[in-house]
Design a protein around this ligand. Structure first.
Ligand SMILES: NC(=O)c1ccc[n+]([C@@H]2O[C@H](COP(=O)([O-])OP(=O)(O)OC[C@H]3O[C@@H](n4cnc5c(N)ncnc54)[C@H](OP(=O)(O)O)[C@@H]3O)[C@@H](O)[C@H]2O)c1
Length: 320
């Protein structure tokens, strides 16, 4: 099969389009013929500096397509079914061997390309807002990097739950694109200090919850944006800065900082079922997926470069 591979970490240019061996079907796994690869936030970070589990390495943790092989110990999935899967690496390819437990059956009527972008961004946003963030109707939430994959999911889920939604982005244009998803107030962090803007927008009260997938100095600002008993769900380091934050300001306002890792929740029945529910809600049109652009798989380097140009709102797909 063909895949987008690399031999060492680096910029988008390390990605090459090459022939590699087909994946094996493990007894508890399936092999998928991929129809759409969702380039996730961690994929560009892993390409830049993550460990290479194999050489060459196939990056990527989310894709959707059709099952073409089923392992001997799998009884609930069959050849011909359309699924979306999430696993540690291997999605930037024509075929993918994944554990059956890492697949969700795509509900009838949901486009494979749309399903491809759901599990990690929507699952993560949901955990950050509700399971760990305990968001309630009437509260105010700040979504850092609102135009990211996690951000566009979090804005919709928070709005639907009856919260007032603030979000940050690196341009006015990106903030405008978030309005139809439920954004109430946008903060362009290139032209305005985020903490000052939050205090202005909340009559100096601060927000009840921040979803922070950026980390570093942004995370410090998230803590400073909290009101009394405010919570931060810390979920990523898209900003690529060291994660050294001063936690002293948490104590004064009875504030809390919680780390969230979706992988640990998918491993539970609750976390796994939660993603199937979100897929069903996308299929019913209750939640929207935002696909900015698609590239052929062979142009994976250009797709990664496009994402790193900070122009994409929502997701960029690779089509084998
Ligand atoms: N812990 C978990 O379970 C979990 C699950 C999902 C994702 N994550 C992590 O969450 C982060 C975001 O994921 P995602 O899929 O939402 O990412 P994404 O769609 O690629 O978006 C990342 C966003 O971060 C913003 N950003 C700020 N500083 C940046 C920088 N220096 N370089 C690049 N982008 C920067 C950009 O928006 P602006 O230009 O508007 O600032 C960009 O759109 C990643 O670190 C990912 O690994 C963790």
């Amino acid at each position: 099969m063909k895949a987008a591979v690399y031999y060492q970490n680096g910029g988008p240019e390390v990605l090459k389009y090459e022939e590699v061996p087909d994946p094996m079907c493990r007894p508890k796994g399936v092999v998928i013929r991929i129809e759409a690869v969702s380039i996730e936030g961690g994929d560009t970070l892993n390409r830049f500096g993550g460990p290479l589990a194999t050489t060459p390495h196939i990056v990527g943790y989310q894709a959707a397509g059709e099952i073409i092989e089923v392992g001997s110990e799998v009884s609930h999935l069959k050849i011909g079914q359309k699924v979306v899967a999430s696993d540690a690496y291997g999605s930037h390819a024509e075929k993918w061997g994944v554990p059956a437990r890492a697949c969700w059956v795509i509900p009838d009527g949901l486009d494979v390309r749309h399903a491809a972008v759901v599990p990690v961004p929507f699952g993560t946003a949901d955990e950050c807002l509700f399971e760990f963030g305990r968001l309630k109707a009437g509260e105010t939430v700040l979504i850092q990097a609102g135009a990211s994959g996690v951000g566009v999911a979090a804005i919709q889920l928070a709005k639907r739950a009856g919260a007032r939604v603030l979000a940050t982005a690196s341009s006015e244009e990106r903030l405008q694109a978030l309005k139809p998803l439920g954004l109430d107030d946008g903060i362009n962090y290139r032209t305005e200090d985020v903490v000052e803007a939050v205090m202005r927008l909340t009559d100096k009260k601060g927000v009840n919850l921040v979803v922070d997938s950026v980390g570093g100095s942004t995370l410090q600002g998230s803590i400073r944006s909290l009101g009394h008993r405010g919570r931060v769900s810390m979920v990523g380091r898209a900003g690529r800065e060291p994660m050294t934050v001063n936690v002293q300001s948490l104590m004064a306002g009875n504030r809390s900082l919680t780390g969230v890792f979706l992988g640990a929740e998918i491993a539970t029945e609750r976390g796994y079922n939660n993603i199937q529910r979100l897929l069903n809600e996308v299929a019913k049109g209750e939640l929207k997926v935002v696909i900015d652009k698609t590239f052929p798989l062979q142009d994976a380097a250009a797709a990664h470069a496009y994402i790193e140009s900070r122009k994409a709102v929502g997701r960029v797909l690779l089509i084998p």
